[in-house]
Unconditional design. Structure first.
Length: 314
């Protein structure tokens, strides 16, 4: 009897030890996904964003018509089996224009986000790590950019870049507006990275690396940057939605990507007078902006919850 009890206790101890070891050996990626999938709205946003991205990427296959082709005999056709989202004032198929316009809008958002994250991370790291007069100059520069009227500067710089005699900066290109939006959106990331760097630069592992003779670049990009990657990722996600809204607003005002190149913003620019006669010309481009932006915001919330150290410790 005692032998049976001992064997059962031993088997219970072995099984519990196996369960503990298997749970403790989970990879960081698995733990991240386990926390992220608890955020139902973030999962829904990721599915919607993935679906829209696939449709936009494969627009040559999923579009029914040429987005530039005009058909004046079929102006303002309502949604039907022939034209899924209807036609606009020139008879162009809205489904095709929404897909091709999404390629430009998402490209502007991605490029602007990359520019903003690169500048903000570089300035925030330098300011927080070196301190002193470098910190003072960079933070005063950040405050100057924060105090400038962003919309006015976006319009002026966007128009100035188009006046340059360069093939990639003409009116139909999205590069000028993407560069300008990214160049005026790095300040929040810079402040966030600076605060995180200030908290890490006096930590023991940084001091040990400095004592071993590591260069400043190695300390910054090998030790500090990986430890502040989580808030940067969240900032990049939220910055993407902000860049898409900025591009749409500028294109709506006529200062963004110029027609006939379609974007979700400039597709809305001429629809004010059509809201009563052909409301679908405004509803569907506006719905795409809404779905993409709210999906990205929910994904950002999910990333913030999954990467928050306080949430992980709980």
């Amino acid at each position: 009897m005692k032998t049976a009890d001992k064997s059962s206790n031993a088997s219970l101890a072995i099984s519990s030890a196996f369960v503990f070891s298997s749970s403790s050996e989970q990879s960081p990626l698995h733990l991240f996904w386990k926390r992220f999938r608890k955020h139902k709205m973030a999962l829904a946003g990721m599915i919607i964003l993935l679906l829209i991205t696939l449709l936009v990427l494969f627009a040559p296959l999923t579009a029914s018509y040429d987005p530039m082709k005009q058909d004046l005999l079929n102006r303002f056709q309502p949604p039907s089996a022939k034209h899924w989202l209807g036609t606009d004032d020139l008879g162009r198929d809205l489904w095709s224009r929404v897909l091709y316009g999404g390629r430009i809008s998402l490209s502007v958002g991605l490029l602007s986000m990359n520019v903003a994250i690169f500048l903000g991370t570089l300035i925030g790291l330098s300011s927080g790590y070196f301190g002193g007069w470098i910190d003072s100059i960079l933070m005063r520069l950040t405050e100057i950019f924060l105090s400038t009227p962003r919309l006015f500067v976006l319009i002026v710089l966007g128009m100035f870049l188009r006046t340059l005699d360069l093939p990639n900066l003409q009116a139909g290109s999205f590069l000028p507006i993407a560069i300008v939006i990214g160049g005026l959106s790095w300040m929040g990331t810079a402040r966030l990275v600076r605060a995180s760097t200030l908290a890490l630069r006096e930590r023991d592992f940084v001091q040990a690396s400095r004592a071993l003779g590591s260069s400043h670049a190695r300390i910054l990009f090998r030790h500090i940057l990986p430890n502040i990657a989580s808030p940067i990722i969240v900032s990049a996600t939220l910055g993407l939605s902000s860049a898409i809204i900025s591009e749409s607003g500028l294109s709506y005002l006529g200062f963004g990507v110029q027609l006939p190149t379609p974007t979700w913003g400039n597709m809305l620019s001429n629809t004010q007078s059509q809201m009563t006669t052909a409301p679908w010309t405004a509803i569907f481009p506006g719905m795409m902006i809404f779905l993409v932006v709210i999906s990205i915001n929910y994904i950002g919330d999910g990333l913030r919850d999954a990467l928050d150290p306080r949430h992980i410790s709980r």
